[in-house]
Design a binder for this molecule. Structure first.
Ligand code: ADP
Ligand code: MG
Length: 352
C-alpha cells in the first residue's frame, strides 16, 4: 500500500477532482497525519489518521489498512457497470427473476428507498437504465450523439423506482424490468459513513476519508477543508469540519459528455430522463455522508428554484449551490462557517 507521512500539498490536494479538498494542516502541534492513497471509484481515495507527533501505533496502521480494504470491497461489488453483486442483481431484474442479496446491500437499498421518497424522486438510484442510455456507464467520457427520444420516453413511461423492489428474506425482485440499480450518487456517501464507523469502532476518533472530493471527518480538532471553485483550479471557500461531519459535492463540471455538440452532465433529472440543468454544483454538509450524497444529487437536479424545498424535505440545512452564471447561494447555517477564497467569491454568494 502506498503510504506517506506528509500532509498533502495544495497542488496534490487540488488534483482530487470535484468537491472538496483537504488543506495543509496549519498547526503542526495538532499532530501528524498518517495517509494512505489509492485510486478507486475512478478517483483518488485517501484515508488519514491524525496521531501524536511520534509515529502512529500498530492499531492505527491496522485501522487504515482495514478501512481501505472495506472501501475496495464496496468499489468492487457496487459498481453499476462492472461485474459484482449489483450487476448480478440488475441482470435478474431485467430477466424478471429474484436474486440473493447481501445484508449490506439490502440495507443500502432500504435507506436509499427512503431518501428517494424524501427527495420527491429527484434522487432515484433505480435510474441505471437512463444513465446507461446516456453513455455514462463507462470509464471514458466519449463524444457522441444523444440517445433516441423513444428510448428515453420508454424509460420515463416505465418510471423505475426503488419502491418497485420486493424484498423477501435474503432475496430481492423487481416488479419493473426496467429498474436498474445505480448507486453512483449514493455509494460513496455510504462508504464514507462505514469507514468512519470502523475508525470509531477501532478507537480512532480523529480521521478523514476522501472519496474523490467527497469528505467525511471525525475529531474534536477539526480538519480544514477547501471547497473547489467549480469553474477553475482554485478554491471557492474553506471551512473547518466540526466533530463528525461529511462535506459532499455533486457537480456537473467533472463528469460530462459532449453529445451533438452539447455538454451533458452525468446527473440526470429522472422526470425527463435527461441531464439536470440549472446548477453547476451543490455542496451539502451533514453528519451522515450517505444523506449528504443523496441530497447533493437531489438538490442539483432540483435546480435554483426548487432546491430549498427539497433540502427541507430531506432534512438538510447546510447547503452551497452555485449556478452556471457563477453566482450562488449558501444557507445561513453554512454561510456563517465559510471563509471565501477571494473577495470576488464573497460577492457572488448570497446568503438565505
Ligand atoms: P458525483 O459523481 O460527482 O459524486 P453524484 O453523487 O450526483 O455525483 O452521482 C452521480 C451519479 O449518480 C451518476 O454518474 C449516475 O450514476 C447516478 N445518477 C445520475 N442521476 C441520478 C439521480 N437523479 N438519482 C440518483 N442517481 C443518479
Ligand atoms: Mg450524490
Amino acid at each position: 500500500m502506498a503510504a506517506d507521512h506528509t500532509p498533502l500539498t495544495r497542488r496534490q490536494a487540488l488534483a482530487a477532482l470535484t468537491g472538496a479538498v483537504l488543506m495543509p494542516l496549519a498547526d503542526p502541534a495538532a499532530g501528524s497525519v498518517r495517509h494512505e492513497r489509492h485510486f478507486l471509484f475512478g478517483s483518488p481515495v485517501d484515508v488519514m489518521l491524525r496521531h501524536a507527533p511520534e509515529s502512529p501505533g500498530d492499531a492505527a496502521l491496522a485501522s487504515l489498512a482495514s478501512v481501505m480494504r472495506g472501501l475496495q470491497h464496496i468499489h468492487a461489488q457496487w459498481n453499476a457497470w462492472k461485474p459484482g453483486e449489483l450487476g448480478r442483481i440488475n441482470q435478474a431484474f431485467r430477466e424478471g427473476r429474484s436474486a440473493s442479496v447481501t445484508p449490506a446491500l439490502l440495507a443500502m437499498i432500504r435507506s436509499a428507498a427512503r431518501l428517494e421518497r424524501a427527495s420527491a424522486g429527484l434522487f432515484n438510484p433505480g435510474i441505471g437504465g437512463a444513465v446507461q442510455a446516456w453513455g455514462f456507464h463507462d470509464d471514458v467520457m466519449r463524444e457522441g450523439a444523444r440517445p433516441a427520444a423513444a428510448t428515453l420516453a420508454a424509460w420515463r413511461d416505465a418510471a423505475p423506482s426503488l419502491a418497485q423492489i420486493e424484498m423477501r428474506g435474503d432475496r430481492v425482485a423487481s416488479r419493473n424490468p426496467r429498474l436498474q440499480l445505480d448507486f453512483g450518487a449514493y455509494a460513496k456517501g455510504v462508504a464514507i459513513d462505514r469507514a468512519l464507523d470502523e475508525f470509531a469502532a477501532r478507537g480512532q476518533g480523529d480521521a478523514l476519508v476522501n472519496l474523490g472530493g467527497n469528505l467525511g471527518a471525525t475529531g474534536a480538532t477539526g480538519w480544514q477543508i477547501g471547497i473547489r471553485d467549480p469553474f477553475g483550479e482554485g478554491l471557492l471557500a474553506s471551512l473547518a469540519t466540526q466533530g463528525r461531519e461529511a462535506v459532499v459535492t455533486s457537480g456537473s463540471y467533472e463528469r460530462f459528455r459532449m453529445l451533438d455538440g452539447e455538454r451533458c452532465t452525468h446527473i440526470l433529472d429522472p422526470s425527463i430522463a435527461a441531464p439536470a440543468q440549472g446548477l453547476v454544483s451543490v455542496t451539502v454538509l451533514h453528519r451522515s455522508a450517505a444523506l449528504a450524497d443523496a441530497a447533493a444529487t437531489a438538490l442539483l437536479v432540483a435546480g435554483p428554484l426548487r432546491w430549498r424545498e427539497v433540502a427541507q424535505r430531506m432534512g438538510v440545512t447546510q447547503v452551497l449551490a452555485v449556478g452556471p452564471d457563477g453566482r450562488g447561494i449558501a444557507s445561513g447555517a453554512l454561510a456563517a462557517r465559510l471563509q471565501f477564497a477571494s473577495r470576488d467569491w464573497r460577492g457572488r454568494i448570497a446568503t438565505v
